[in-house]
Design a binder for this molecule. Structure first.
Ligand SMILES: NC(=O)c1ccc[n+]([C@@H]2O[C@H](COP(=O)([O-])OP(=O)(O)OC[C@H]3O[C@@H](n4cnc5c(N)ncnc54)[C@H](O)[C@@H]3O)[C@@H](O)[C@H]2O)c1
Length: 304
């Protein structure tokens, strides 16, 4: 393991098997994963590693990134490079591109780093709002702005952003997260159309998982220097937080997401919904929109 710092559309109709013009598989090239030290990031890294891809892994948690790097090497990655840095920093996105240079540029980039800090929309402190949007929305923007030119230069590639089911429907109690994840869906869809108009051989995917078993909630609080033990929400916000945490605790394995991402890269699939119920929620939303009916709160009621 080396250390670089210091350390077609949703139908799948244009499926190419992820094979580049010169016959290489996109999975042979370097795969960049941000938030690689986390639950979904680790599953992504290990899954791409098992397919023999060299990896460039990034996280701001150096210890977590190093653990994932070791797991990826053990899983079969020929080489792993680690970039420690903040996904909200555009310079870090450029450093990730630089780390891929001697491999001909990034073949696949997965913008997975994210945080989700709970709270009612009007109560959430403005610095939490800003940080949430900087990481969850501006992170993928910086990623796209750095990776797409490098992939155009390479002549191929695939960019993937991990949004959320909360990018397709709008649960309460996480307005800054919902706003950011919706923006990521719009960003990637617009990018998809731009690259299609160019005829560029670069795939685009947006991933909208439902609940996935992870420590996202506590990790996100710690990232804001809040001890989860001391985080006190009151009233409705606390009820919603309890329901959300119960959902995540009963969530799918991160491997479900990683497998869906690899399939999407191979098949050049835009929409990646590892849990089909997320699509049903989105369908209901748009039916209500067309009918002029109010949106449905999809979170279960608080426990009695
Ligand atoms: N867990 C779920 O239920 C769920 C559902 C839908 C979408 N997601 C999305 O999946 C992604 C991964 O979440 P997870 O569940 O694996 O959580 P996680 O907390 O286990 O992993 C997130 C990782 O991102 C890193 N990270 C956070 N902010 C960063 C930053 N600014 N710069 C660099 N690294 C940063 C963290 O250190 C951590 O390693 C997130 O974007 C999240 O929004 C999660």
């Amino acid at each position: 393991m080396s250390d670089a710092t210091s350390g077609a559309d949703g139908s799948g109709e244009a499926a190419t098997g992820g094979v580049e013009a010169d016959g290489r598989s996109v999975l042979d090239g370097p795969v960049v994963v941000t938030g690689a030290g986390g639950t979904i990031g680790t599953a992504l890294a290990v899954t791409f590693a098992a397919l023999g891809a060299p990896l460039v892994l990034s996280d701001y948690d150096d210890g977590a990134a190093a653990v994932t790097g070791a797991q990826a090497m053990a899983a079969g990655a020929p080489e792993v490079r680690v970039v420690i840095g903040d996904a909200a920093d555009p310079d870090v996105a450029d450093t990730l591109v630089d780390a891929c240079r001697d491999w001909g540029g990034p073949a696949v980039a997965v913008f997975n780093a994210g945080i989700c800090v709970p709270g009612l929309t009007w109560e959430q402190p403005i610095e939490v709002w800003r940080r949430q949007v900087e990481v969850d929305y501006w992170g993928p923007v910086h990623g796209v702005r750095a990776m797409v030119p490098a992939m155009l230069e390479r002549g191929s590639g695939h960019v993937v952003a991990v949004s959320s089911g909360a990018g397709l429907v709008a649960p309460p109690g996480m307005g800054a997260y919902v706003s950011s994840k919706h923006a990521v869906v719009g960003l990637m869809e617009s990018l998809h159309h731009e690259l299609a108009r160019l005829g560029a051989p670069i795939g685009v995917s947006v991933v909208c998982p439902g609940n996935v078993l992870s420590n996202l909630a506590d990790n996100s609080l710690r990232s804001m220097n809040v001890d989860p033990e001391d985080h006190e929400l009151g009233g409705v916000a606390a009820e919603i937080d309890a329901v959300v945490r119960a959902g995540v605790d009963a969530g799918a394995a991160a491997q479900t997401v990683a497998d869906a991402v690899v399939r999407a890269v191979r098949e050049r699939r835009f929409w990646v919904l590892p849990q089909p119920e997320v699509g049903l929620g989105a369908l209901d939303r748009y039916q209500r929109l067309a009918d002029g009916r109010p949106p449905l709160d999809l979170l279960p009621p608080p426990p009695i």
